[in-house]
Design a protein around this ligand. Structure first.
Ligand code: M6R
Length: 368
């Protein structure tokens, strides 16, 4: 049932092009506009929303962090992201015009469920993004967007994550569409570009050999850093979480610009640092990230740089270059995370760990 793969996790990584295609399936009309029929919240109500709060745990929280950048940019609605176990204890400001978006692969995570109950007591509308049909979280929410990723068995979430990010994009684009946002052309372009992402993810997987080789080279290192800015930052957090969970390595994700405010002191000779680079010429942060790479390299780090094809600006400062197809900044997380998932899976395999059942972890955390 692992389809010839050694682990469910690896199988699920390679299923991602199909999983993302399935998340997108049936959500476009004949003119290429989004039709999120399952949002049983009327367009009038959606137009009244003046604040969005995304609540989730772990990997789903990282999907929420990506979503914040996209949703705020496309809808201009202020959007917060909170860790579910923190949310209700901070006495959050929510009311009937707040849209609470919860993200949960399993739909059974207790922290997230308790956050939903709290939000509904305050009369907020709750939309669940979930992968499991009829799970508790969608049942207790006003509406649900299913990710349709198919069952995820590996404890480390992979296709669950990618499809959550896609579902968040669909929600953001739909809200922008319903609210008649002035970025009409941009919304249309991104809506179209999303359809090309399964093929782009497949390209990442076709180039897996480089990551498998890199895993051999780095498997004995003790500490790993992941850097990114803007949507590259949640990708850094997620890449680090994967490595912690299954390879039991010390790994930290940082906003690349924040490193020099303290944590750069940790950089020592040959420490592997993965860096996500935004698109060259189309993103104001590109050059800043390239100088962040130079900063860590100058202090002895081994730099592993994820960058789009055709961008040679990093060549002098990268020990390893991992290329991905061109994509808009906001869609880059769908590509950047794939090699990081594979890297964690392969390092854990080489170390002899049980990738699908890592120590101390359960697939779904049903206690608070
Ligand atoms: O089922 P959920 O999406 O609610 O689970 C949330 C987290 O427990 C989950 O993402 C966890 O962080 C994974 N093990 C990450 O790989």
């Amino acid at each position: 049932e692992k389809g010839g793969f050694d682990w469910f996790m690896r199988k699920e990584i390679y299923e991602q092009p199909q999983a993302v295609a399935d998340t997108l399936l049936g959500r476009y009309d004949a003119e290429g506009k989004l039709t999120l029929d399952e949002i049983r919240i009327s367009p009038e109500e959606l137009r009244r929303i003046n604040k969005i709060v995304i609540v989730a745990c772990g990997t789903a929280y990282h999907a929420g962090l990506v979503a914040k950048y996209a949703i705020e940019h496309w809808t201009r609605i202020p959007c917060e992201v909170d860790i579910a176990s923190e949310f209700r204890y901070r006495d959050p400001i929510i009311d009937p015009n707040t849209l609470v978006v919860t993200i949960s692969q399993s739909g059974e995570t207790a922290d997230t469920l308790m956050a939903i109950r709290h939000a509904r007591e305050q009369h907020a509308k709750v939309i669940a993004i979930c992968n499991v049909n009829g799970a508790t979280i969608p049942r207790e929410s006003d509406a649900v967007i299913y990710t349709h990723a198919g069952p995820e068995r590996g404890v480390a979430s992979t296709k669950g994550y990618l499809t959550q990010v896609v579902a968040c994009y669909l929600l953001g684009l739909y809200l922008a569409q319903v609210r008649g946002m002035k970025y009409g052309d941009e919304i249309k372009a991104i809506t179209d570009e999303l359809q090309k992402m399964p093929a782009a993810i497949q390209t990442m997987l076709d180039n897996d050999q480089q990551i498998l080789d890199l895993s051999k080279d780095l498997m004995d290192d003790r500490s790993f850093f992941f850097l990114g800015r803007h949507v590259g930052y949640p990708s850094a957090l997620e890449g680090a979480l994967k490595l912690k969970e299954i390879a039991y390595k010390h790994a930290e994700g940082f906003p690349a610009g924040e490193l020099k405010h303290g944590s750069i002191a940790l950089i020592e000779q040959d420490i592997p640092v993965f860096v996500m680079v935004p698109p060259q010429g189309r993103d104001q942060l590109h050059d800043k990230v390239v100088s962040n790479i130079q900063e860590v390299r100058a202090r002895g780090a081994k730099t592993i740089v994820l960058v789009e094809e055709g961008d040679d600006s990093v060549n002098p400062y990268a020990d390893v270059i991992i290329r991905h197809p061109k994509a808009s900044t906001l869609l880059q997380p769908l590509l950047a995370i794939v090699p990081l998932q594979l890297f964690a899976c392969e390092v854990a395999t080489l170390l002899g760990n049980d990738v699908d059942q890592p120590r101390n972890l359960a697939k779904s955390v049903t206690v608070e």
